[in-house]
Every structure is written in structure tokens, then in C-alpha cells.
Design a protein around this ligand. Sequence first.
Ligand code: B3K
Ligand code: ZN
Length: 872
Amino acid sequence: HATRRREDYRVPEYLVEEIRLTFQLYAESTVVTADTVYAVNQQSTDCTGRLQLSGENMELVEVRLDGRRLEADEFEVSAMDLILVPGKDRFELQVVTRIDPVANTALEGLYCSNGNYCTQCEPEGFRRITYFPDRPDVLARFTTRIEGDRQTCPVLLSNGNLIESGELGNGRHYAVWQDPFPKPCYLFALVAGRLVAIDDTFTTRSGRDIALRIFVEARNRDLCDHAMRSLKKAMQWDEDVYGLEYDLDVFMIVAVDDFNMGAMENKGLNIFNSRCVLASPQSATDQDFLGIEGVVAHEYFHNWTGNRVTCRDWFQLSLKEGLTVFRDQEFSSDMNSRAVQRIDDVQLIRNFQFREDSGPMAHPVRPDAYVEINNFYTVTVYNKGAEVIRMMHTLLGAADFRKGMDLYFARHDGQAVTCDDFVAAMADASGVDLGQFKRWYSQAGTPVVKVSGQWLAEKRRYVLRLRQSCPATPGQDGKEPFHIPIAVGLLDSRGRDMLNGDRDGTRVLELREREQSFSFPDIGEKPVLSFLRGFSAPVKVELDQSREELAFLLAHDTDLFNRWYAASKLSEIVVMETVARLQANAQPVLDSDFVAAVRANLQRPASDKALLALALQLPAETYLAQQMDTVDPVNLHRGREFVRSQLSSLLADEFRRIYDDNNEEGEYRITPEAMGRRSLKNVALAYLMARVPTDEEIYALCCGQYAEAGNMTDAIAALSCVTRIEGRRRQEILHHFYTRWQADPLVLDKWFTLQAVSPLADTLAEVTRLLANPSFSMKNPNKVRALIGAFCSGNHYRFHDVSGAGYAFLTDRIIELNATNPQIAARMLSPLTVWKRYDPVRQDLIRRQLERILAVDNLSGDVYEIARKSLQ
Ligand code: B3K
Ligand code: ZN
């Protein structure tokens, strides 16, 4: 398992002028003929004369150089590459390979899903199709001819435009696609199968008509409207906000059931996990609708940020991913509620990215080394990467940021570039010095900002003292100070912003030193500090704020994000205090000021219901775990449940009123207001159901909501409450749901997940039984995530049972998946990586499982890298 390093980058010795591919599709034996025109790269200084092509998991049938078939001694072929010395500067190579799409359970390269053929080539899947320079800085024009059976594969698709099609006899037909834009091979795609198309059009601002087409299996025909609407909105938004138009005559999306991640931005032919396309109010929740809108937009936006301008090497992955996540977040903010979107995005950073940053897999946004690049499609590269872009947006302002984007495209359209190139465009367009800022790309770890504020009455001045530090991460001991934009507000006693003259009463401070003070003149009364508004930087804040101040911010902050933050901080303090009491064997009591603050929040007329719903939710156990020196899963769970059940009984009337006031469900809409109302109602229901012992009337109410729900959001909300409570009715309702949705694999994913995240004592036994359910399959990544992933990553309490049974269970599954789908196996490892945060007994149990994994024969590079780093 070799390590690859960013510093070892060399420009390619040969470039590709064009590649013509022919696929003769047969389920177990597809023949691929690749005719490729190579030419020596004038830029290259390595003159080895050797052409080294990557290739894995296929049979090499023959190689021809300018038409002449090469003898076996004229090339070298190994399990990973093909090497030959062409002896000329420009030549055409024909490579014929044979592959088995049906046996391909890794879902990388060409594979079959439900009898349909599809591909996944990013990052290094093209090398499972043919021998090729499988690296993103080799861009080529692709022409693809597909031959297949007309019955089983009426639809034959690839990138670009269809230039020819026809019959072949023997029941077979063909299609030829040509992509006019040179692209790296990771953007290549092929789809063939029995699919139906949903058609629409979009007219660009320059007046070109683009055909939009979503391909799905016939049974899913009616589930594409939302994805199509989302696509059109995304196309419009990219024109409006960035002046970016689509560039081919057709844009296609294909939905497949077996897919390792969410979706893939192949040029003109995006391939999606069906989970990120299909939706109806009956079968998808509000979260699903939002998720689909976001992913459809994300993949579409890649057409410019990723495809037209791509990455020089995979260390630069965040160049396209961080930027495209930022773009999809902004799109979703414009389409829905900006504050809710921000809170969701920040929760992801706090719950998962901070955890990654503090564990053995911590890496910079632009990593320096990897064993398996698939392991670096992480929350750090994607979501912290998006925060880095957002900070530049904050530092430059929207107008200069846009100038920077324009300059980036003007300079680099059609090129494969680096994160440095992106930052240079931003700096040059705006005149802002981003030299120090670039440390966000190179230094891993979450910076900590320690804050102290002082109001000097006699000087009418407020002084803020900030100190930054960043903990060591693997391979990076000392860190240089970051350039951090810190947005702050100061509120007077009536909750009004005092920093007038600043935008929205918010001032952006630029923290560059390890220690720096900022002074605010003309502050005539002691202000309440609203710090890090909108989460202006991905940092941890150490700031002693009293419960009174937090309650005040929760009630009055003009920054809606910080209102939520205050609520979440307040509940964190209260839950952690309860946990500490439980650990000390003391009787827990609920702080009455906290109850009063929550009550006030419930009684205030809710201007934004979605925000109120978010403020009412207690922080997740996975987040709270990070706040403990030694994680204590049992008391953590009990403490959090204690707070929930206490709030439930003390505020039963308020929750009931909120529930009743928001229970009117007319025609289903997915507007922000309607989603906000549903989420508030369902948070109230969850609190009502958290009462111990269960209130019979409430239980009936909950079952009634399940039975009468006209949409999946309400049905799942009710079902999720029921699955947390033992009893016969639980079984009946779960059985009812299963029977009702048996034919819909995406809805069944929810059914698996609800059982996996249940806090009940026999959850692991239930999860183990569900592995044998006929609707479950270890070959389908969605199912693996829905059941095994949900239990191990979403059920902190039961997974970390001190018997170690959860750890052994996960390890067995990882070993099984290692042999079929290494990417998914490696993903599943993440809850084991943070073992050092637990007590000695659990540490020992987890370490033994990690060692068991490392002892497996034929361990994939994917699993090896994460298990190895975890033990170091
Ligand atoms: N670019 C793809 C991710 C490919 C992941 C391969 N393990 C999806 C996306 O970010 O849009
Ligand atoms: Zn992406």
C-alpha cells in the first residue's frame, strides 16, 4: 500500500489528443476497444520515452501501435499498469480489454445495477475500463460508440451529443456520442439499459434551447418532477449569480439504485444515486426534498467548477468540491431559508468535521499524502473546503468575490489547475492579500479562539481580546496563526445592535495574530457580545457567557444564526451538567432558568417556525461526546434523555399547544413556511412522546398522526417516536410500514434506519436479524448505510455498549465488505477511528477490532489506510 505525495507531482510525459472508445456490451464479458492518439507533452522535462498506463481488474486482449499488433515482449503488463516504449513522439495506440460488469461489486468502473449498465470513474475508475493515463491533468476529446442488445438496452448514453445510431442485426443496435469539450477521463460516463426519459427544456439567457432529460426505470417515472424543477432552478441561478451558462445541447441525469455516493458530475451525463433524484410527498420527507434540490444543483454547478476548470491532481480535490459545495449552499439559501440552511451546514461541520479534525484521519483541506484517494472525499475536503471559500467571500465581499470567479474562469477555462491558482485569481481580482489566508489549505485541525471582552465605562469603549491556537494533528505539530474573519455584533440592553454604520450591525474583524485586541469606541452601555455571527469561520470558540447572557441572545440577537447558537450552547451546558451529576451518582435536577428560557421561547410568537424547531432540539450525542474529556456513552445518553423527558413533562401544555396550532395539513407544499411548520409540529410531538412514562393519550395522538399522514415527513416523525418505545404496537406499526412500502427500496431504507437508531436494549439483536431481511442487501450501499451505518454512526449509545458487541458486529461487516466494496467498507470504519476518546475498557475493545481488521488477507488499500492510521 504505497503512499502518494503532493510534492511528487510531475507533469505528464504524454498527452492525449483524442480517444475513440467502442463498448461491445455483454453482461459478463464486455469488450472495450480504445483508440487513443498520444503526443509527447512539450512541457514535460522527464524524457523516459516510456508510456505508462494505469489499468486494474481486467483482461488485456491486445495492443496495437499505429496498427501493428505488439508481441508479448514489446510491453509489460502488471496488476496495475501497462508499460511500453512507443519510440515516437506522436502515435495511435489501440488497446482491447475485456471486463465483467456483473461481477463488479466495487461499483467503480463499468458495472451493472438492476440489470442496467453504468459507470463511475471518479477518481480512478476509468482504469477499470481500459489502460489509460488515469489522472485529471490529461484532458482528451472523447468519442464513444456503444453496442448493446436492443431488448435489454434500448437506451445507450454517453457524454456530449449523439452523432449517430442504428441497427446491427442479431437484435443489437449502437449509438455514437461525441463530447466536444476535452475532459479528464474521470468525467467519462456510459449508461445502457431499459430506462424511460422524462423530458423538459431550458432556454439559456443567450437564447439556446437545452434539452433536459432524466432517465429512470419505468416504475419511477412519476418521481422525477422535483429533480427536474431543481435542475431548472439551478441553471437559472448559475446564470443570475455567476453569469454561467450551460454549454452542451443536452443535459442528462440518470438514476441508479447501486451507487457508492450521492451523485457524479460526468460531463452532460450526471449519474445519480436514486436516493438523490426520486421523490413524491408520499414517499419522501422534507429533508429528502431539500437534499435532492441541493445535490442536483451541486452536480450541475460542477459543469463550470470541476469540469470546465478541473483539478491538476487529486490533492487539489477541494478546488472543485469546496467551491461547488459553497455554491450549492448559497443556491439552497436563496431557494429556501438562509438561516436554516446555515444552521444545517454548521451542524455538519460541528458534528462531523470537527470530529474528523481531532482524530487520526485529520488532514488539511488540501491533503499532502494519501494511500487511497477515495478516503479523502471527506467532510474536511468538502465542507471545511466550502467554509474556506465562504471566508474568502466574507473577506472580499460579494462583488469582489464575483470578480475573482470571473478572473478564475477567464484564466483557466479548459485547464487542470490547483487551489493556489484559485486563490491567486481571488487575490488578483480584489487586491486583497491572501498570503496568510492560504494556511487554511495547508494546516489541518480546528483553530480555537479564546475570547474575552471588557467594557470600559469611563472611556465608553468596548475591548475584545482574542487569542487563537490550533492543536497538533498527525504530522503537523506546530501551527502558524490563521487569518480568521470574525463577525461580531454588540447588543444593547433592549437587544438592539450598537455597531451602527456597519452592515446589519455586524463588524468583520480580521484576526491574524496569535493574540490581538479590537477596540470599539462610543459604546455607552455594557453590551452583550454576539460573537462569530453566521459562524464566519470554522473555529471552536472559548467564551464564558452566563446563562442569562445566552438566554438574552436566544431571545434578542438580530443574527438569526446566533440565536440558534445561543439556544444550542445553553442546552449543551444544561445537558453536560446533568451528565456530570449522573457520573457523580448524584440526583440530576433540571435548571429552572433553563426551563424558563425554553418556555419563553415557546410562548413568543414564532416568526420563523423552522428556526424555533431547530432551537428546541438538543445537541446530538455525537456532538456532545466531543465535549467530554473521556466519552461516557451511557451517562451521556441518560443525561440527554433526562433533560428531554423533564422538558416534556414541565412544558407539556406548551408543546401540546404548539402541536395543535401547527397540525393543520392542507395541500402538501414544500415551501420554507410549510416545512418549518411541519418541523415545529414534529419537534413538539417528539417532546410530548419523550415523557416517562408514556402518556396514553399522546401515544394515541402519535399513532393517529402515523395512520393519517398524507406525507412521509409526518409519517416518519410519528414512526420514529414509536420505535423508541418498547411494546406490541411498535411491532405492529413497523410491520404495517414494511408491508405498505415493501416495493420501494428508498422508503425501506428509512424503515431500516429507524430500527437501527432506536435506543432500546435489543437494538443490536434487531439489526442483526434485519441483515437477513429479504429487502436487505450487503451489495447495495444505500442499504448498508441505512442499517449498519445508521446503527454504528447514528446510535452512539447502543453502538458503544461496553460489552463490545457493537464493535465486533461492525468489524465483521467491514471484513465482509472489504472483499466486495472496499470504498464502503472504509467509510464504515469512521466510528472506530476515534477510540482514544473513550475509557480504557472501550479503548481496548476497539483496538482489538482494529487489529483484527489489519490482520485480514487481501485487505484493500481503502480499509488499510484508515485502520492503520487509527492505530498509530
Ligand atoms: N465528484 C463526485 C464524488 C466522487 C467520489 C468518488 N469516491 C460527487 C460530487 O462531489 O459531486
Ligand atoms: Zn462535488
